[in-house]
Design a protein around this ligand. Structure first.
Ligand code: AMP
Ligand code: MG
Length: 367
């Protein structure tokens, strides 16, 4: 087990000496957690298979789930990929640096375990000044998945990283809260037509301008299971807190009525319940047997996205057994938020506007 060193850096103007310590750790085959604009990443030298293997071990991530390679600049692409499809240039110009990951043909120098043995590699140029400074200082591509334990909510602060990976990572660069709070959008350019593998920080609507033939699953969260071979990381259970999550669909008042019934049943059975609701619905749930956490106003999806994972972790730390979370409408960033909540809930949705067999639903929650 490693001794974890936490180094504080200014998120906008990181101190070069501090960055040099982290860069030396990467070059020496160690693991460094660092902030990006999406979530915190757990980084290792993408050319070093032994260092990459340590990422999987630290996270307890299955070997079949490939990692994203981060580059300082688009001009380093030829270090990690074999060919550049025509669409790549326009996408890179418009969205890099930024929260878009492109799946391309893997270059020979990239450690095969980065790609879980596939001949493709996922690549991104992050916009966060700390991530950028680290990449420039070590002059290596950095393979980095989210810096959490596998299947847990992604980390958006250094404390989240420490909570999951203390003693499993040599260095944590603490650069404050990740700005977007959700992972990157993943697009596979090795398939024709290209396919959206994961909704994320760049809304699919924006990609369609440059990729008019992009295949966007009608509701990616449902399509994802069928896409399992194309996108091995899109598992049904992901981003999950310890508490069981159930999504509540339907209009505000019917959702409240259903939530009340469930709350009473669970409370009587000795279960502690958390509610994750848009701020505008918060007052509907005051004074009940539940820990109520606001997810932000549903008109401000940037705020909902930024704090979503932190709020799931907060509900866990409040000791609840079950979280009822209001579903978020699709569209723009909402599609990615909806996808993360769907996976946190392992697909469990209760529709308050449709007949519900509560007995069926509650039995597993009472186990
Ligand atoms: P994370 O870094 O934890 O956000 O996970 C990265 C995700 O990117 C994986 O879970 C996959 O869904 C996707 N990904 C990475 N590499 C590939 C690849 N070569 N082919 C398809 N999907 C990939
Ligand atoms: Mg992850």
């Amino acid at each position: 087990m490693a001794q974890t060193q936490i180094l504080h850096v200014d998120p906008y103007q990181p101190d070069p000496d501090t960055i040099a310590v982290a860069a030396a750790a990467i070059a020496g085959g160690q693991l460094v957690a660092f902030p990006t604009e999406t979530v915190y990443g757990l980084g290792a030298n993408a050319f070093d298979p032994a260092a990459v293997e340590r990422i999987f071990t630290a996270k307890q991530r299955p070997w079949t789930d490939p990692l994203i390679v981060h580059l300082a600049t688009v001009s380093h692409l030829d270090r990690v990929v074999q060919d550049m499809p025509a669409a790549l240039i326009g996408l890179a110009e418009r969205f890099w640096p930024g929260p878009l990951t492109l799946v391309l043909c893997r270059g020979r120098s990239v450690a095969p375990n980065v790609s879980a043995g596939r001949n493709t590699v996922a690549v991104r140029v992050p916009a966060h000044p700390v991530a950028h400074a680290l990449l420039v200082a070590c002059d290596l591509p950095i393979a980095a998945p989210s810096a959490n334990l596998f299947s847990r909510p992604s980390p958006t602060t250094a404390q989240h990283v420490l909570d999951d990976l203390d003693g499993r990572v040599e260095v944590i660069l603490d650069g404050g809260t990740a700005t977007i709070g959700l992972e990157s959008t993943v697009v596979d350019l090795t398939q024709t037509p290209p396919v959206l593998l994961r909704p994320g920080g760049v809304p699919a609507e924006l990609l369609l301008d440059l990729l008019p033939d992009l295949r966007v699953p009608a509701d990616p969260m449902v399509g994802a299971e069928g896409e399992a071979t194309a996108s091995p990381g899109m598992l049904l259970k992901h981003y999950a807190p310890h508490a069981a999550v159930v999504l509540l669909r339907g209009n505000a008042l019917s959702a409240r009525a259903l939530a009340l019934t469930i709350l009473n049943l669970l409370h009587n059975a000795g279960r502690r319940v958390g509610l994750l609701v848009p701020d505008e619905e918060f007052s509907l749930y005051v004074g009940l047997h539940a820990e109520v956490v606001g997810m932000g106003p549903s008109t401000d999806l940037l705020a909902v996205a930024r704090y979503l994972f932190a709020r799931l972790r907060e509900l866990d730390s409040l000791g609840v057994d079950v979280i009822l979370a209001r579903e978020v409408a699709a569209g723009g960033l909402g599609t990615a938020i909806r996808d993360r909540l769907f996976r946190a809930a392992e697909g469990k949705i209760l529709d308050a506007d449709a007949p519900v067999d509560l007995g069926n639903w509650l039995t597993p929650l009472l186990k």
